[in-house]
Design a protein around this ligand. Structure first.
Ligand SMILES: Cc1cc2nc3c(=O)[nH]c(=O)nc-3n(C[C@H](O)[C@H](O)[C@H](O)COP(=O)(O)OP(=O)(O)OC[C@H]3O[C@@H](n4cnc5c(N)ncnc54)[C@H](O)[C@@H]3O)c2cc1C
Length: 366
């Protein structure tokens, strides 16, 4: 997104990627452009600006798969529905395009939801993109004729930063008016000395838990589902994790199921363009992270998805885990710092990075 926003400002870009193709959080996520759960104030404003930018970027790069599908957060109990009603009465509910729906209305908005539930919260501002194909689609637009110049350099790892430049593993220096390190959850390597020297990591002595940390999530994708989900879908557990639902009645929710609580799980479900369903997620905060995936969490998420759809799910075709970097213990929405003159590090958007990336990149060039 920094390359996209740089090009929009008429700047030529050289884009280094250590892998042959991006394989970090930006391709492992749901592709949810998620306005609904954002905290009131600057976080919601950033997400709304990003939502607007995504739409205009997708007009140039339709391969990103942007669609203004909206989302439905489905209440299984009256207690969850009470939280939704309260959230829908807050002053910013209009900006999120919230509407509380009866079970019959939920089924009308998204006829694939044929299970039993108490109602739902429709957020028309939410949208979906296709993470597995968005990066190449954006690069195709960046490289299209008439632009200021875009050079894609996969297989190049930045190993050292100096004023207005980085050196890659082959020894070549790449220089520019501005270098933006978007190294994701990689806290060692080129950004490592800077992060250590500035005490930017939450685990650093004296940091008091404030700063950057890493979070690991488990995900899966089914084979194509016969029905069509008209919106993305969340279950009531998501009310516990998104700050938009921090309303008084939240305290009345009973505890989560043990397996969900142990894995900090919430159901999020997105239908991909080929009909398959991306289902997640879990949250693991303590490092070292597990190197393997936990079936108990998957059993829980699959059962929740089947209950909302009111039918059996297609076979799982793939499972994976992803790690993002997140700022914690601060009101900052992401991390930006100067590494050396002409070199900035931008990371730490957490679980809102796919949503907010165009707006974050825009702020870099303000
Ligand atoms: C499972 C999962 C689900 C998520 N779901 C959502 C969602 O639905 N909606 C949402 O808004 N957010 C979501 N997020 C969060 C979002 O995906 C991230 O915040 C965002 O993608 C982070 O982008 P990034 O560019 O900082 O990091 P990354 O996407 O990880 O990219 C970093 C890139 O830098 C490369 N790199 C690292 N070091 C170097 C180096 N030295 N030289 C060259 N290249 C280097 C890496 O190879 C990688 O390609 C999710 C995250 C995960 C893990």
């Amino acid at each position: 997104m920094h390359a996209v926003m740089a090009r929009r400002r008429g700047l030529a870009v050289t884009h280094l990627e250590r892998e042959p193709e991006g394989r970090g959080a930006s391709v492992r996520n749901f592709g949810l452009v998620w306005v609904s759960g954002r905290r009131a104030g600057p976080e919601l404003a950033l997400a709304l600006r990003a939502r607007e930018l995504w739409e205009s970027i997708a007009a140039d790069a339709p391969g990103t798969g942007f669609r203004p599908a909206g989302s439905l957060t489905v209440a299984s109990t009256e207690a969850e529905l009470a939280v939704m009603r309260e959230a829908a009465e807050l002053p910013d509910a209009k900006q999120r395009e919230f509407e509380v729906l009866s079970p019959a209305d939920v089924r009308e908005v998204n006829p694939a939801l044929r299970g039993e539930f108490a109602g739902g919260l429709w957020c028309r501002a939410d949208a979906i993109v296709e993470p597995r194909v968005a990066l190449p689609a954006l690069r195709a637009w960046l490289a299209s004729p008439g632009g200021p110049g875009y050079e894609w350099r996969p297989g190049r790892e930045a190993v050292e930063a100096g004023p207005n430049g980085v050196r890659d593993q082959s020894g070549q220096w790449h220089r520019g008016d501005l270098v933006v390190l978007c190294t994701g959850a990689n806290f060692t390597g080129v950004a490592g000395p800077h992060l250590a020297a500035t005490g930017a990591l939450a685990g650093a002595p004296g940091a008091g838990g404030t700063g950057l940390r890493r979070v690991r999530l488990q995900m899966l994708q089914t084979r194509p589902f016969a029905g069509r989900l008209t919106t993305s879908v969340a279950d009531g557990d998501s009310l516990r994790y998104y700050p938009a639902y921090d309303v008084p009645s939240l305290a009345s929710l009973p505890p989560q199921a043990d397996v969900a609580a142990a894995n900090r799980a919430q159901l999020l479900m997105v239908q991909r363009l080929d009909g398959s369903l991306t289902i997640g997620d879990t949250h693991e905060y303590d490092e070292p992270f597990a190197f393997d995936v936990d079936e108990g969490a998957y059993d829980h998420l699959l059962a929740r998805a089947a209950a909302l759809l009111g039918t059996e799910l297609p076979r799982v075709q793939r499972r994976w885990a992803g790690v993002y970097s997140e700022v914690t213990g601060t009101t900052a929405l992401y991390h930006r710092s100067t590494v050396t003159p002409g070199v900035v590090l931008v990371t730490g958007p957490g679980g809102r990075g796919m949503t907010c990336s165009p707006a974050i990149a825009e702020e870099t060039f303000l």
